[in-house]
Design a protein around this ligand. Sequence first.
Ligand code: THU
Length: 148
Amino acid sequence: MSGALSEEQKRELAGAALDARGRAYAPYSHYTVGAALLGRNGKVYTGVNVENASYGATNCAERTAFFRAVADGQREFAAIAIAGGEEGQEPAGYAYPCGLCRQVMREFCGEGFQVIVARSESDCRVFSLGELLPHGFDGGELRDICQE
Ligand code: THU
């Protein structure tokens, strides 16, 4: 798994995010999100938003996907597809990842990591993580201090 994704791979990843979205747990916002994260091992890890009555305990779909993958032993990734919108309806717009999720992406991925926001399998926009989180904090300096 390396380099830019083919059109077919993009469609498949978007399809997996749209499919996962149906399993979101969003009884408070009724805004359901699905994510599909492609590991460098070729495996796809899906995630959904999991809300909580204590709203701050909610986990976004993208972070659910990352945490599942890391728990599975995978730490290298090529791309993520994200789809979100009102529960029970097709996505009306593109679901851009929140700031927290962008930061979690940056922990494991470089600026070339591809972020696909999908309204459907054929209606996608693709960004690099560098575009979505320029000058991100990647912990490099922190690690230098910790090693002193
Ligand atoms: N949400 C995500 O799953 N991903 C994001 O990047 C933004 C927001 C979820 C969290 C919450 O369940 C709902 O969308 C409304 O904020």
